[in-house]
Design a protein around this ligand. Structure first.
Ligand code: HEM
Length: 118
């Protein structure tokens, strides 16, 4: 449980590498169709997860079983949302993007609750 801050930071760093990799790829092939995928993976996956992690590490959010649930909802949302977005941009179903975005917003609500309970 006490590792939740570190887990958020580690996953944030990993998503950051992938998000930046997509940015580098887009720049190298000069095709920006998937720029929303890159933006959400870097801004939610990298930046927001890092903010969540630092907040838990600083003791400003309640670190208990709900924090572990918060981690898994955020981890799934951060990856399913951009993947779903990529599928939708490519002409596929929007279902995964919708599911991912609901997880992302649920994680934001969990963050409010964790800060409030601290
Ligand atoms: C290796 C590092 C990165 C590279 C090579 C890169 C590259 C790119 C490229 C090529 C675009 C598309 C520009 C266009 O549509 O004209 C873009 C857009 C964007 N990037 Fe990155 N990026 C990097 C890191 C980041 C990071 C760390 C963040 C945020 C934390 C970020 C946030 C964004 C956002 C929000 C957009 C959308 C801008 C818009 O549509 O107006 N990028 N990036």
């Amino acid at each position: 449980m006490e590792k939740v801050g570190r887990n958020f930071l580690l996953l944030s760093a990993i998503y950051g590498v992938f998000g930046m990799g997509i940015g580098l790829y887009m720049a190298s092939v000069e095709t920006f169709k998937y720029s929303a995928v890159h933006s959400h993976l870097t801004l939610f996956g990298f930046v927001s997860l890092a903010i969540y992690g630092l907040t838990y590490s600083a003791g400003l959010a309640k670190n208990d079983r709900l924090a572990a649930a918060h981690f898994w909802v955020s981890a799934l949302g951060a990856i399913l949302f951009p993947i779903g977005e990529g599928l939708a941009i490519g002409g596929g179903s929007i279902a995964l993007a919708v599911a991912g975005s609901l997880l992302v917003i649920l994680s934001a609500v969990q963050f409010v609750v964790a800060i409030y309970r601290a």
